[in-house]
Design a protein around this ligand. Structure first.
Ligand SMILES: [Zn+2]
Length: 431
């Protein structure tokens, strides 16, 4: 077999790795580069393998940096099948439809290309074996988000495991995922290869919820619409059940989050607290019409608003920030990592200037809270704990800033796997 590395080599996003099995090409993940100034340039590069010759695309999970290039591949001639788990298929449709709206410019792709892509999807459950290009494949759980998987590929006497994105072992609503199975080669992510999570998610969220309730504040939570939103809404629901004295009105304003809620409800049995997930996502007070939004504008605290996007790059959150920007007691909670060149990151760097939904420039005068405890990625210790049982001869590291990859490389070698490689874009390796 032969691996050709392409996406997520010099960067954290845009996952894309080609595997030639000896009889055909498989593409593992087909993501869009996003989040920094080079993304646009990277997305314009032509992948090294002609799309019409790729037999199948395997998707580990629904995030845009693992799926967002699919409609582009289809537009360029890919007509094979796309394989993933059933929840990934549903979440991916929501994410790609949203992405189509943002990528219409320059004729990159649009909803027509997404509509051609979706019928190519074929789903398999975890551990169900399927065959492509003479290789046997199956998915195993990866934690991270609903439906997320690692991919195991076996051909002749060789076994390769692709990690996809790995979750934490103590995810608040997902079951802990298994360690990496024994393998010859492991291709793994290294996003938090240099980080050890220190803050506690439950503590950080409780502090915020109690403050909003007791001091009658306006609390605005910036959240990703898919996965983070459902986790937060479930945790808020659980907290209010446990401490009714702190219960306040919670509203959600994000059509994409609402759509993702339905997928989480449908597959709630894959979560740790299926009843809580169902109740939290069923009872939520969703703002859908202009009239409801108008009625909120004059409201005083306590009130909690959950909206997207998580890094303030778009979505409906802007209208809440604009509405309460002069309320010095309002709290904006940035629930997670803030990418380079995003408004969220510039707030953390000390700026207070934001741009509203109709390009209004304003200063945010409320408080800003940030917690990295909400991350759905394994940290350094968890990445090591996951990979070492594989007893792999070779580990390839992707999906991390270079310092994260270098530091994790050192740790893995120290733990006993001698050959750890950081591949460059376009580099090929015989397996
Ligand atoms: Zn992910």
């Amino acid at each position: 077999m032969e691996l050709t590395f392409w996406g997520a080599t010099d960067d954290v996003t845009g996952s894309m790795t080609f595997l030639h099995t000896g009889s055909g090409y498989i593409l593992i993940d087909c993501g869009l580069a996003q989040g920094d100034n080079d993304s646009e340039k990277i997305n314009k590069l032509i992948p090294p393998i002609e799309p019409s010759t790729i037999e199948a695309i395997i998707i580990t999970h629904a995030h845009l940096d693992h799926t967002g290039f699919i409609p582009r591949m289809v537009k360029k001639g890919f007509r094979g099948r796309i394989y993933c788990t059933p929840p990934t298929s549903k979440l991916m449709q929501i994410i790609l439809m949203d992405s189509a709206k943002l990528n219409k410019e320059d004729n990159f792709y649009d909803s027509k290309d997404v509509n051609i892509s979706i019928p190519l999807v074929q789903t398999y459950e975890w551990n169900e074996v399927f065959e492509i290009a003479g290789a046997k494949l199956h998915f195993i759980p990866a934690g991270h988000i609903l439906g997320a998987s690692c991919l195991v590929v076996e051909k002749d006497d060789k076994k390769i495991v692709f990690s996809g994105d790995l979750g934490r072992f103590d995810d608040p609503i997902l079951h802990p995922h298994p360690y990496c199975p024994e393998a010859d080669v492991v291709v793994m992510e290294s996003t938090y290869g240099n980080r050890v999570r220190e803050s506690s998610l439950h503590e950080d969220l409780e502090k915020f919820l109690k403050k909003v309730a007791t001091e009658k504040r306006i609390g605005i939570i910036a959240s990703f619409a898919v996965a983070r939103g459902q986790t937060l809404l479930t945790l808020i629901h659980q907290f209010h059940q446990e401490y009714p004295e702190y219960k306040v009105r919670v509203v959600m304003d994000s059509p994409m989050m609402k759509a993702a809620n339905n997928v989480y409800k449908r597959y709630r049995d894959l979560t740790l607290y299926s009843e809580d997930v169902y109740d939290a996502l069923s009872d939520i007070d969703a703002i859908e019409f202009q009239k409801e939004w108008e009625s909120l504008r004059k409201k005083e605290g306590p009130l909690i608003i959950v909206s997207s996007s998580g890094m303030l790059t778009g979505g409906r959150i802007g209208r809440y920030l604009l509405n309460w920007h002069n309320d010095t007691k309002a709290i904006l909670l940035l629930a997670g990592y803030q990418g380079a060149d995003t408004p969220g990151r510039s707030l953390l760097a000390g700026s207070r200037t934001l741009v509203g939904p109709d390009d209004e420039v304003f200063e945010w005068n409320g408080e800003i809270w940030h917690s990295d405890a909400f991350s759905s990625h394994a940290d350094q210790g968890e990445l090591l704990e996951w990979v070492m049982p594989s007893q792999a001869k070779k580990v390839f590291l992707l999906h991390g800033e270079s310092s994260a990859k270098e530091i994790l490389k050192g740790k893995i070698k120290e733990a006993g796997i001698k050959e750890v490689i950081i591949p460059a874009r376009g580099e090929k390796f015989k397996i």
